[in-house]
Design a protein around this ligand. Structure first.
Ligand SMILES: Nc1nc2c(c(=O)[nH]1)N[C@H]1C(S)=C(S)[C@@H](COP(=O)(O)OP(=O)(O)OC[C@H]3O[C@@H](n4cnc5c(=O)[nH]c(N)nc54)[C@H](O)[C@@H]3O)O[C@H]1N2
Ligand SMILES: Nc1nc2c(c(=O)[nH]1)N[C@H]1C(S)=C(S)[C@@H](COP(=O)(O)OP(=O)(O)OC[C@H]3O[C@@H](n4cnc5c(=O)[nH]c(N)nc54)[C@H](O)[C@@H]3O)O[C@H]1N2
Ligand code: SF4
Ligand SMILES: [Mo]
Length: 742
């Protein structure tokens, strides 16, 4: 299939020019770091993008991706008008026609198969779009479907599970107070590449260095000696997916050697004795073969952590995108709790954001796992969503409730979810698909309709999510840099227009929903932000003197405002029914036998020989952003990013030298790529980045296609999930690697 674009009769309108030589302040919306930018523009042209030295939080930091915002804005491949596909041909159509077609296509699917016949998938940039954050939930509600999916179940879901079951709300994730800690124990995170995650900390490299400069320690546990690990005081290789074993042993040592500490948060927690009993069998000796870490080292990690004056244990995707992610995330918080690190400066703390997502009672606030199950595989719902690892099953398996139509928003599940190739085949069988996205990518090419939002520079921004996950309390509002091009729609307008069209049902509930949509449309994101700020913890009401934070004030403070270091928030912030912390949450602990049953398999040696399998993990690169931003020449040129890292012993056992081509195969598929022999890999483990594989036909990103790479998710297995919550078990996928012979 090739993509031919037939222009609509209406010419493409140019971006409304900003006055010549203007300076704008804007928060970068690309990753979680929220760096402040100073962008200079000459008319419609961006002339420079620099870090904003006056941003009290990011202090002038910037990374190469921010500069590519201008490439994104001017990219001729970026879709600017709605597109309709007929066979392999795309044509531009007007907005009214496009929105009506979207609604009628979805309604037809609902009529034929009921409301669950329509599925939704929200990708990562949804969280980075103010408009989508505010208007996407109502759109999904208007569809009344149980088939809701998102990138959450290939990412941070287990962290939400731990937060929900221990503190009563999925968003009550404690954040490492890295600016004050003297000991940071990091599992499965590489902030040198990712710029920090579930820990918004712009200029995170400098903040990590500062820990060492004040005499503290950074300890990294990772199957790869990453950039972060190379700068740490200590790095320990761990077998992929074995973190829960190690954490059980760390807790075992803490109890066995009386290293636990009393604390305010600890006094609020129930289950201390139960936890002590649970971890008692998990001695360092018992977990050592499975983790690959010597018993003495495990004891030293536990002692150093527990004895440090202040300490924070933190884990990120390495512990959440694996088969035992729920257990690992729980155990990390449990370790923090019993050593007195929760809600203490220098430990892990809760934020007090100016707009508080925890205060609302939305569809994301439920603390229960599995209120319903997926139809085909019986995987559990969480936060109103089902695991995306089963989306292809739901599309392909006939019967009542079969998915026949799909809406994607800012996502690329063909490249981002396990066994993407199978999902890709499934997408081609849908009756109807609509994508809200400005690129024709590996996923959206299967849509019948693409509704493109404006570029990142044509919309306003307030980071609702990441201010709530930041290492300081800050607030920052960015007005649009450019007025939207004529006839262009931001995410929120598209979503609001679709919601209006899909809202059905009469009666009081229907009336209320329609009324809400109208009010929301009238307020716009800007108005909603103003309201939320006024109602928030720094608003006039909360501050009591009528002098609270408002949007107007934030607009005046162009570089954002600092609301101070994190402060103790317990017990007031707890959302559990009994107002206590569950140190041993029943739903999570019930998963321990599944882990125990795998101990022997983890301990069995399986690598190092020609025939042996290897364990596959992922990585992030500073100049890449998941599956997109690959159409920016300046980001993809230079050193090739999509290579397979491999330890010298594993490479030589297979006759592979640096730069050789290798065939990598798994239960589900096979790819061919270049090998980079690297001492930084744990023997037996190989590593590929995700988000590549742009060779597929029918896409519309010319630069990305020239730097195609291969997709790691053509190897990862949709059957391999964390059974507790259905999150994809990417880390540790078993693969075979062999030399490609001409
Ligand atoms: N094997 C493996 N797989 C992984 C990962 C891994 O580490 N290993 N990481 C996982 C993680 S953490 C994540 S978050 C996912 C990410 O995967 P996804 O969320 O599925 O996709 P992205 O690559 O972020 O694609 C973003 C899409 O959104 C579009 N877009 C960008 N900005 C906007 C906007 O403002 N509005 C709209 N409507 N569209 C926009 C882009 O054009 C692009 O098509 O991948 C996951 N997959
Ligand atoms: N430049 C850039 N920045 C990004 C992104 C991007 O694509 N590019 N993506 C953004 C997104 S969506 C997210 S979610 C964040 C993620 O932020 P991070 O979690 O910091 O991301 P990674 O760099 O993938 O780091 C994960 C680490 O886990 C290790 N790991 C893999 N498996 C295991 C395991 O089983 N156990 C342990 N202990 N470690 C393991 C990997 O080797 C890797 O070093 O980054 C965000 N920032
Ligand atoms: S670190 Fe993240 S927020 Fe900062 S400039 Fe880079 S992409 Fe933007
Ligand atoms: Mo992510």
């Amino acid at each position: 299939m090739t993509a031919t674009v037939t222009p609509a009769t209406e010419p493409r309108a140019p971006a409304a020019p900003a006055p010549a030589g203007t300076r704008h302040h804007h928060a970068c919306p690309l990753c979680e770091a929220m760096c402040g930018l100073v962008i200079e523009a000459d008319g419609p042209r961006v002339t420079s993008i620099r870090g904003d030295p006056d941003d009290p939080f990011s202090r002038g930091h910037i990374c190469p991706k921010a500069v590519a915002l201008t490439d994104l804005h001017t990219d001729p491949d970026r879709i600017r008008r709605p597109m309709k596909r007929q066979g392999a041909t795309w044509m531009e159509i007007g907005w009214d026609e496009a929105l009506d077609l979207a609604a009628s296509g979805l309604r037809a699917a609902q009529r034929a198969g009921g409301s669950d016949a329509v599925a939704t998938f929200a990708g990562n940039p949804t969280v980075h779009s103010l408009g989508a954050m505010l208007y996407y939930p109502d759109f999904v509600r208007s569809l009344r479907t149980k088939n809701r999916y998102s990138a959450t179940s290939v990412d941070q879901l287990p962290h939400h599970v731990a937060a929900a079951t221990m503190f009563g709300h999925p968003l009550l994730i404690p954040i490492p107070d890295i600016d004050r800690t003297r000991h940071l124990l990091m599992f499965g995170a590489n902030p040198h590449a990712s710029n920090g995650s579930l820990m918004t900390a712009p200029d995170v490299v400098k903040r990590l260095k500062a820990i060492q400069q004040r005499g503290g320690k950074v300890v990294v546990v990772d199957p790869r000696r990453t950039e972060t690990a190379q700068h740490a005081d200590t790095h320990h290789f761990i077998a992929p997916g074995a973190d829960a074993f190690l954490l059980l042993a760390l807790l075992n040592v803490v109890f066995a050697e009386s290293l636990a500490r009393d604390s305010r948060a600890g006094a609020l927690a129930d289950g201390g004795e139960q936890l002590r009993a649970l971890v008692a069998p998990w001695t360092p000796e018992r977990v050592s073969p499975a983790t690959g870490i010597a018993p003495g080292t495990i004891r030293a990690i536990a002692r150093d952590f527990a004895r440090a004056e202040t300490a924070a244990c933190y884990g990120r995707v390495g512990v959440s995108m694996q088969e035992f992610g729920g257990l690992a995330c729980w155990l990390i918080t449990a370790l923090n709790l019993v050593t007195g690190r929760v809600d203490e400066p220098g430990g892990v703390m809760f934020t007090k954001p100016a707009i508080d997502p925890v205060a609302g009672r939305g569809m994301y606030s439920s603390a229960k796992i599995g209120r319903w199950k997926s139809r085909v595989r019986g995987l559990p719902e969480f936060m109103g969503e089902l695991p995306v690892a089963t989306l292809a099953d739901e599309i392909e398996t006939p019967g009542p409730g079969q998915v026949r139509a799909l809406v994607t928003h800012a996502g690329n599940p063909v490249l981002s979810t396990p066994n993407g190739a199978r999902l890709e085949r499934a997408l081609a069988k849908l009756d109807f698909m609509v994508s809200i996205d400005f690129y024709l990518n590996e996923t959206t090419r299967h849509a019948h309709l693409i509704l493109p939002p404006v570029s990142q520079l044509e919309r306003d921004h307030y980071d609702i999510t990441f201010h709530a996950l930041a290492v300081r309390n800050t607030a920052r509002y960015s007005p649009p840099l450019f007025a939207p091009a004529k006839g262009a729609m931001p995410d929120w307008r598209i979503l609001s227009a679709l919601t209006e069209r899909m809202q059905a049902g009469g009666g009081w509930a229907g009336f209320k929903a329609r009324w809400r949509t109208r009010i929301m449309r009238r307020l716009s994101p800007r108005g909603l932000v103003d309201r939320a700020l006024k109602a928030g913890p720094y608003g006039a009401k909360a501050s009591g003197n009528g002098d609270g934070l408002t949007l107007v004030k934030l607009e005046r403070a162009k570089s954002g405002v600092d609301l101070g270091a994190l402060v103790p928030m317990l017990p007031a912030r707890l959302k559990t029914a009994n107002g206590r912390i569950a140190l041993v949450p029943e739903a999570v602990v019930a998963d321990l036998p599944r882990l125990e049953a795998r101990l022997a398999a983890f301990a069995a040696p399986r690598n190092g020989t020609m025939s042996g399998t290897l364990s596959l993990i992922g990585r992030r690169e500073l100049r890449s952003n998941n599956s997109w931003m690959h159409n920016s020449e300046r980001l993809v040129r230079g050193r090739r990013m999509c290579t397979l890292y491999m330890h010298p012993s594993d490479a030589s056992a297979r006759g592979l030298a640096d730069g050789a081509r290798a065939r990598v195969s798994s239960r589900v598929g096979e790819v061919e790529c270049e090998v980079e022999v690297s001492e930084t890999m744990m023997p037996g483990v190989v590593c590929l980045p995700h988000g590549w594989g742009h060779h597929r036909p029918g896409t519309g990103q010319s630069v990305a296609r020239a730097h195609a790479g291969v997709s790691i998710n053509d190897l990862t297995d949709e059957q391999r999930v964390d059974a507790l919550c259905g999150t994809a078990g990417f880390s540790g996928t078993e693969v075979r690697v062999s030399a490609v012979t001409a």
